[in-house]
Design a protein around this ligand. Structure first.
Ligand code: SF4
Length: 255
């Protein structure tokens, strides 16, 4: 169990901060509203997502969401597990939250599967290491990938602690059963990842995955107390992936 010095001081009241949020065993502990204060979104609009992991029960629940994203964005279906490309995928609790895993976590939660994607971190290490600025953070928090500018150096892949980025080892068009003409395909040698459907956000729509989840995922502006994501976070117990790394993930998991 690890607790940072800052959080320890906060818990014992040394700093005089009233918000009782601590990081214990890699979990941000506290009321949803207190956690939001701790995260301090930086701009007026700060897009974020909450995934209600209690509601994802069958393979079909996951597949509907993944297919909606991958079909719309021409994500190639590469069978090679080492070199596959994925924008949103499923993994175990142990893999998704390795720093939270401990013997007292309920067996039911440990057995759940979790939808994983780019966290659109507020403090994204992938952005800092890109030598050509092919990846950058928009003011609304979306971490974008410019696939035309990418030189395939893979620095961003090494920097991302969540495995959210994939390199195109194979020509992606050869692994598409159908091409969506409204979204560009990529080429061998570039890195890609989830872009939070910014093309839809700019039109006032929700990400494809959220739409396909039929109420199991929530999206919106964290700075708006009435947004679906804000309400979902405030009213439930949420965790984020590897909070101890201070990347400030903007994908929240309701457990
Ligand atoms: Fe970058 Fe990884 Fe964070 Fe996405 S999850 S913003 S790729 S560090």
């Amino acid at each position: 169990m690890a607790i940072s010095r800052r959080d320890f001081l906060k818990v014992i009241g040394f700093t005089g901060v009233t918000s009782a949020v601590a990081t214990i065993g890699g979990v941000l502990i506290g009321r949803g509203e207190d956690i939001l204060k701790e995260i301090k979104p930086a701009s007026k609009v700060r897009w974020a997502m909450a995934i209600d992991t209690r509601q994802f029960k069958t393979d079909e629940d996951f597949q509907k969401v993944i297919e909606a994203c991958h079909k719309a964005h021409n994500v190639p279906n590469i069978p090679d597990p080492i070199r596959q490309v994925k924008w949103i995928w499923v993994d175990t609790f142990e893999k998704a939250f390795p720093t939270i895993e401990h013997e007292y976590i309920s067996e039911e939660i440990k057995k759940r599967k979790f939808l994983l994607l780019c966290n659109h971190c507020d403090n994204p290490p992938c952005v800092r290491v890109c030598p050509v600025k092919a990846t950058f953070r928009r003011p609304d928090g979306v971490v974008v990938q410019d696939m035309h500018r990418c030189i395939g150096c893979k620095f961003c892949m090494a920097a991302c602690p969540y495995g959210s980025r994939n390199y195109n080892f194979y020509p992606p068009r050869e692994f598409l059963s159908q091409v969506n003409p409204e979204y560009p395909t990529r080429t061998t040698g570039v890195v890609e990842k989830c872009i939070l459907c910014y093309e839809r956000l700019d039109e006032g729509k929700q990400p494809y995955c959220v739409e396909a989840s039929e109420g199991k995922m929530f999206f919106g502006n964290l700075n708006d107390p009435n947004s679906p994501v804000r309400k979902a976070i405030s009213e439930n117990i949420v965790i984020v992936r590897k909070p101890e790394l201070t990347t400030k993930p903007m994908v929240f998991y309701i457990i």
